[in-house]
Ligand binder design. Structure first.
Ligand SMILES: C[S@@+](CC[C@H](N)C(=O)[O-])C[C@H]1O[C@@H](n2cnc3c(N)ncnc32)[C@H](O)[C@@H]1O
Length: 388
């Protein structure tokens, strides 16, 4: 953010052309508009203007996102896997890993238990055609919608968002539902995804929805944008929404099966209840100060429990892949009880060595801990198994 003399605030997220318009329509500084235009141009010239017009898939805060180690994953794969044409990301989360490997020569299959992640994967990765002009018109309409009281503002207003913003979010989500007969599945999911990305930028949280910050100043607006979708890479992709262990047997054999399960006891449905609630839009009862959905236990993951290794072994036995790659941190017994890894290295190695030949690659990575525990050594590891 930088401040001009006239106290016009510009955030880094703002659209370049919107900012220019703001300056140009301000009479007091009109005379300086050429100079200002140059400042703005210089400010953004090193970044793609596209980034201010579109949400890219990694523009989301998400626990365990692999955005920062994509290069490490790529170089490890280059080292051990000479050729591959299919990539199954069965705990996809944000989808950034699947996105990295999605190209004309590699078919991707994504899966996540959370419906909100499925919606985002479908929007980015399905090869359904969609009407971009229709999306532009609807984004314009939603960005200028008149908010009214609704389920979302009643439960989340003045908590994670200001009351006004919560009203706008719920009004837009309801309107997407009202318009569904005029939208294809991909168009509907693009709009819901855009709403999720837009509100994630201004949520009054530290990136998840276990709690909100009290007494903080909350932004009073947000902006939905297009998603940066490249459908030319999407031919034949498959997008799934299920428990990995339940569908693994039904998925066709793949070259690479990439596994990035939760590491610790923190359930994703609990951390992202608000996003899931907004995506599903079944308007369930919520409980407690954090306003979490009552039915969220149905989405609990076995990988967050002490017996995670049993789920992992079952998955590996059933997997049909030439290579299996597991991402797993080395935080076992280093953090607090909640952030401790659920599977030990010995257990992982035993299960994977039964399936094939094992290689381990490792890189230092910024640690994640939910508490005040300070962790200075944390390695993100890839267990790469060439199956028998
Ligand atoms: C560590 S995150 C994956 C992060 C992802 N690789 C990324 O870069 O964004 C784990 C994901 O697994 C999902 N998950 C947990 N248990 C699952 C299960 N049994 N089947 C499918 N998905 C599951 C969670 O919802 C979460 O999105």
């Amino acid at each position: 953010m930088f401040l001009m003399k006239k106290e016009i605030k510009i955030t880094i997220e703002q659209n370049y052309f919107d900012i220019l318009q703001t300056f140009k329509s301000n009479n007091d500084i009109k005379s300086n508009s050429t100079a200002i235009e140059k400042i703005l141009f210089d400010h953004y010239s090193n970044k793609s203007k596209k980034a201010f017009e579109y949400f890219t898939i990694n523009n989301r805060r998400y626990l365990g996102s692999k955005t920062k180690i994509l290069n490490f994953i790529q170089t490890s794969i280059d080292k051990h896997i000479p050729k591959y044409n299919s990539f199954l990301d069965i705990f996809s989360g944000t989808g950034v890993v699947a996105n990295h490997f999605n190209n004309k020569n590699t078919k991707i299959i994504t899966n996540d238990m959370l419906f909100s992640n499925y919606v985002i994967h479908y929007a980015f990765f399905s090869d359904d055609i969609y009407d971009k002009n229709k999306i532009s018109e609807l984004l314009e309409y939603f960005n200028n919608i008149t908010p009214i009281d609704n389920y979302f503002s009643k439960n989340f207003g003045d908590k994670y968002f200001s009351l006004n913003v919560a009203k706008k979010i719920g009004t837009i989500r309801e309107e997407i539902e009202n318009l569904k007969s005029q939208l294809t599945k991909k168009e509907k999911y693009i709009l819901i995804s855009s709403l999720i990305y837009a509100i994630d930028k201004i949520a009054n949280t530290c990136g998840h929805y276990d709690a909100f910050r009290r007494n903080s100043l909350m932004p009073d607006n947000f902006k939905m944008k297009h998603l940066d979708i490249d459908n030319s890479n999407n031919t034949g992709n498959i997008i799934l929404n299920n428990d990995a262990n339940k569908i693994i047997s039904e998925i066709e054999p793949v070259d690479i099966l990439y596994l990035d399960p939760p590491y610790n006891s923190r359930q994703y449905i609990s951390a992202y209840h608000l996003i899931e609630n907004l995506a599903q839009w079944n308007k369930p009862e919520v409980e407690g100060v954090a306003s979490k959905m009552l039915n969220r236990k149905d989405y609990n993951s076995r990988y967050c429990l002490k017996k995670a290794i049993e789920a992992f072994e079952d998955l590996i036995i059933k997997a049909k892949a030439k290579y299996i790659i597991l991402s797993y941190s080395d935080m076992a017994n280093k953090g607090n009880e909640r952030s401790n890894a659920r599977m030990s290295d010995e257990e992982i190695i035993r299960v994977l060595e039964n399936k094939g030949t094992l290689f381990i690659e490792s890189i230092k990575h910024k640690p994640f801990s939910t508490g005040k525990t300070k962790l200075d050594t944390h390695n993100e590891r890839l267990f790469i198994c060439k199956t028998h």
